[in-house]
Design a protein around this ligand. Structure first.
Ligand SMILES: [Zn+2]
Length: 442
């Protein structure tokens, strides 16, 4: 007996060569995997534990957020219209240094609720108190690759502590949770610290999630100070010898792209953050030409304001067209390949996620195509890139389990999360009187 029958839907098929929409399909799920995709009407509904009527909907792989700081949803709206230096020094550091583990737990659940409602089933998160983040991910039923962010100033003990975290959560929650090492960035970690992180990653058999060349300014600064770009630094210290997620790389020079093309790396691309902080953007088209996988990302909600991968998808396509000076750049199929298969590669699960095909993990979403903003429907693929809204996502499965059905979250009690988030922020406001943090009732 199979577990879930999703009946009568369109299915987004992603292949290296492009995308295809199949209509009148059933998707059969057994355990935590996709069993098959077949023409509708052939399966006997009485043989399934759960039958979902998906008429008018599209089944597609769950979206993957390849770089986030999920608990930062707690601070969204608190650092608007400021330079990146002010943003870090005057806002983020004082807020984060006053954050408590309990806040991180509730903030993660809030961010997960937002992501699941938007069809984001996997997240590569990079933050602190990651044991509490893992607890929230386990409860929410989502999939995550967790990195406990550390800085060179914290010394060797921090590397040991995060290595223990990695060891403890390897394959946790039926494999939904994986953990990698996560030194913050080459400009906040010295070379010896980065080398020690690599040794630990190799010993544990895991990868490294790190910020690199976030802006061209960082690249120029690194060249001035050390005669090397940040990409050259991470190559020299051995980071590129293990699987990596490199966040941003907006400041990539042509020689950096050549280096990256020789290693098993992936780039997390968060265009809304880049636009909002006036950082320029990353050379996604050049990365792709060099066969470097690119995945979609939101970064933290203080620079992005949402954890909505649909926005990232749309903004990536628009900014790459605009940057290339031609509407022919970044066609719909390429944008959707990045949102699905490529993001899965960056996330480190290229043969498990990013496609609805037999043997892949059953992380999938049903998107309602009936809204007036999709009508009349001539081109489903284009509608996904340019018209779809997070609220079009109706139903979400992760690891074969339904965690949202008909827009009802089944694993997260939103009222409880919001009460705890507000209470936590009121306590934070008392710890930081000079910040004048106000929490509105909405
Ligand atoms: Zn980041």
């Amino acid at each position: 007996m199979s577990d879930v029958l999703i009946r009568n839907c369109h299915v987004l098929q992603t292949r290296e060569a492009g995308v295809e929409i199949l209509s009148d399909q059933d998707v059969l799920v057994r355990g935590n995997a996709i069993e098959t995709v077949q023409a509708t009407g052939r399966a006997d509904a009485s043989q399934f534990r759960r039958v979902i009527d998906a008429r008018g909907m599209l089944a597609m792989p769950g979206l993957i957020n390849t770089h986030a700081h999920v608990p930062m949803v707690l601070f969204r709206g608190l650092a608007e219209d400021v330079t990146i230096e002010k943003w870090f020094n005057d806002y983020i550091w004082p807020l984060e240094s006053n954050l408590q583990a309990e806040d991180v737990y509730w903030g993660t659940l809030l961010g997960l609720a937002e992501m699941i409602e938007a069809g984001v089933t996997s997240v590569a998160d990079h933050y602190f108190h990651m044991d509490r983040v893992a607890e929230a991910v386990e409860k929410a039923g989502a999939r995550a690759l967790l990195g406990w962010a550390i800085f060179g100033s914290q010394g060797e003990a921090a590397i040991e502590m995060t290595a223990d975290f990695v060891r403890g959560y390897k394959g946790a929650a039926n494999g939904r949770i994986r953990a990698w090492m996560a030194p913050h960035a080459p400009y906040t970690c010295d070379d010896e610290f980065l080398r020690a992180s690599v040794r630990k990653a190799k010993e544990l058999g895991v990868g490294i999630h790190i910020h690199v060349s976030e802006t061209m300014g960082q690249t120029e600064m690194s060249l001035q100070r050390r005669g090397m770009t940040p990409v050259q630094v991470i190559e020299q210290v051995g980071i590129l010898d293990v699987p990596t997620i490199l966040a941003h790389v907006c400041g990539a020079l042509p020689e950096d792209i050549e280096i990256l093309s020789r290693y098993p790396t992936g780039i997390a691309h968060a265009p809304k953050t880049y636009l909002k902080l006036a950082m320029g953007t990353a050379p996604v088209l050049a990365f792709r030409e060099a066969c470097i996988p690119v995945g979609l990302a939101t970064d933290g909600a203080v620079s992005n304001n949402t954890l909505d991968i649909w926005e990232a998808l749309r903004l990536m396509a628009l900014t790459q067209k605009n940057g290339a000076g031609t509407p022919e750049a970044m066609p719909v199929a390429q944008a959707l390949t990045i949102a699905t298969r490529e993001s899965a590669r960056v996330f480190g699960l290229p043969n498990e996620l990013g496609a609805i095909a037999p043997g892949y993990l059953a992380d999938l979403i049903l998107v309602d195509l009936g809204g007036v903003h999709h009508q009349p429907m001539h081109n489903i693929a284009a509608s996904l890139v340019y018209n779809a809204r997070a609220s079009d996502v109706q139903t979400v499965l992760v690891d074969g389990k339904v965690i949202m059905q008909d827009r009802q979250l089944l694993t997260i009690n939103k009222a409880e999360v919001l009460d705890n988030v507000r209470a936590g922020m009121e306590r934070l406001a008392q710890r930081l009187p000079e910040r004048r943090i106000q929490v509105y009732n909405t």
